[in-house]
Design a protein around this ligand. Structure first.
Ligand SMILES: NC(=O)c1ccc[n+]([C@@H]2O[C@H](COP(=O)([O-])OP(=O)(O)OC[C@H]3O[C@@H](n4cnc5c(N)ncnc54)[C@H](OP(=O)(O)O)[C@@H]3O)[C@@H](O)[C@H]2O)c1
Length: 344
C-alpha cells in the first residue's frame, strides 16, 4: 500500500525538489502539500514543471503518515511540533533540530528554541552515521548542505585519527543554496561572473560541522576554519578540506595510496558516497543523491586535501531527506533515488 506523505512549503527550492523526487517514488503518495502565499492554487499553476502531480497547495497539512518540513528556520520548529502532536513522523529540512544545545540557537540563529526538550530526541539525518537510529525515529533533522559535504569529506580522516585538529574547509555553493526568497545578494547581476566569500566571522553551519565531527572523535580538539563562497551557478557544491596529515612513515605516494584505500574501505557499503580517484566536479552529481569524494596528499606540505561534491538541493537537501524517509518507513534506502547525473 502507498504511504501518504506531505510537504510543508512546497514552493521553496527544497520543497519543489521533494515533490519532483517523491512523484517518481514507487511506494509513497504525495497526499498533501502546503504553501503560504500560494495556498489555494494548483501546483501546476505555481510550478508548471510539476503540473503532472495534479495537486492543490493547501494552507494546512492534511492527513499523512510522514511529513517533510521545508520551511525557514524558527518557523519550521512550530510546524514540526504541530505535526508530531498529530502523531505524524517528521523530517525537518531546516536547522531547527540539528544542534544538540538549545543555547546554540540563540547564538547562531538569533532565536530561543521553543522546544529544547526535543533536541535530544531528534536524530541527525546523516544516514551514513546514524542509520539505525533514523529507522526508529519519529523526528529526523536533515543535515545542512555545507555540513553534508564537509562531514562526509572529513569523517574518515577524523574518525581514524589521520589528521591533526587544525582543519580548513573551503566551500563553494551554487546560488539555490540561498533559497528562493528574493534578495539583492542573489540578483543575476550580482552573482553572474562574480565569486564572493561570506560569513567569515562564523557561518551558521559551523557549529553543526564541529558538533558532528566531534562526535566521531571526541579526543580530537577540533579547530575548524570554514569559509563558504557563492559562485555563479544555480546548484551544486564543491568543498575542499585541508589538514596536516598523520599517516605514519612511508613515501608520499605510499601515504596517498593508504589514504585512498582507507576512504574507499570506510564508504565501501554506502550507496550514495563514492570515493573517486580523480578530483570530482559538481556536474557529476547534478540531480543525484551522490556525494563524490577524492582524498589526496599535497607532497610539498604533507597536507591532506579532500574534495567533495554534492548537489546542494539533493544530497544536501531533498534527496537526503528521501533517503531518511525510506529508512523511517522501512523501505529500501535507494528507492526513488537512483539515476545518473544530468551532464553536462
Ligand atoms: N536551498 C538549499 O540548498 C537548502 C539545503 C538544505 C537545507 N535547506 C533548508 O531548507 C529550508 C527551505 O529552504 P529553501 O531553500 O527551499 O527555502 P526557500 O526557497 O528560500 O523558500 C522560500 C519560500 O518559503 C516561504 N516562506 C518564507 N518564510 C515563510 C514563513 N515564515 N512561513 C511560511 N512560508 C515561508 C516563501 O513562500 P511564500 O512567499 O510564497 O509564502 C518563500 O518563497 C530552509 O530551512 C533551508 O535552510 C536549504
Amino acid at each position: 500500500m502507498m504511504v501518504k506523505v506531505g510537504i510543508i512549503n512546497v514552493t521553496g527550492y527544497i520543497g519543489m525538489e521533494l515533490a519532483r523526487i517523491l512523484h517518481q517514488h514507487p511506494q509513497v503518495d504525495v497526499h498533501s502539500i502546503t504553501g503560504r502565499s500560494t495556498a489555494g492554487q494548483k501546483l501546476g499553476e505555481v510550478l508548471p514543471h510539476l503540473a503532472d502531480m495534479n495537486l492543490t497547495i493547501e494552507p494546512e497539512l492534511g492527513e499523512v503518515t510522514l511529513v517533510f518540513s521545508a520551511l525557514p528556520h524558527k518557523t519550521s520548529a512550530e510546524a514540526v511540533v504541530a505535526a508530531l502532536e498529530r502523531g505524524i513522523k517528521v523530517i525537518d529540512i531546516s536547522a531547527d533540530f540539528r544542534l544538540r544545545e538549545a543555547k546554540d540557537y540563540d547564538k547562531w540563529y538569533g532565536f530561543t528554541h521553543p522546544v529544547p526538550q526535543l533536541l535530544g530526541e531528534a536524530v541527525y539525518g546523516l544516514v551514513e552515521f546514524h542509520r539505525n537510529q533514523i529507522a526508529s525515529s519519529r523526528l529526523v533533522a536533515n543535515p545542512g548542505c555545507y555540513p553534508t559535504s564537509a562531514i562526509l569529506a572529513l569523517a574518515p580522516a577524523v574518525k581514524e585519527g589521520l589528521i591533526e585538529s587544525d582543519i580548513i574547509i573551503d566551500a563553494k555553493s551554487g546560488v539555490s543554496g540561498a533559497g528562493r526568497t528574493l534578495s539583492l545578494r542573489t540578483h543575476f547581476a550580482e552573482v553572474n561572473e562574480n565569486v564572493s566569500a561570506y560569513a567569515l566571522e562564523g557561518h551558521r553551519h559551523l557549529p553543526e560541522i564541529t558538533q558532528e565531527l566531534g562526535r566521531l572523535n571526541p579526543a580530537l580538539a577540533l579547530a575548524v576554519t570554514f569559509v563558504p563562497h557563492l559562485i555563479p551557478m544555480s546548484r551544486g557544491m564543491l568543498t575542499t578540506c585541508y589538514a596536516k596529515v598523520n599517516v605514519g612513515k612511508g613515501s608520499v605516494e605510499e601515504q596517498k595510496k593508504k589514504v585512498l584505500e582507507l576512504y574507499t574501505e570506510f564508504y565501501r557499503d554506502e550507496p550514495f558516497v563514492r570515493v573517486v580517484d580523480t578530483p570530482p566536479q559538481t556536474k557529476q552529481t547534478l540531480g543525484t543523491n551522490l556525494c563524490l569524494i577524492h582524498p589526496t596528499i599535497d607532497p610539498r606540505t604533507e597536507r591532506l586535501i579532500v574534495i567533495s561534491c554534492i548537489d546542494n538541493l539533493i544530497k544536501g537537501g531533498a534527496g537526503q531527506a528521501v533517503q531518511n524517509m525510506n529508512l523511517m518507513l522501512g523501505l529500501p534506502e535507494r528507492m526513488g533515488l537512483e539515476g545518473s547525473a544530468v551532464y553536462p
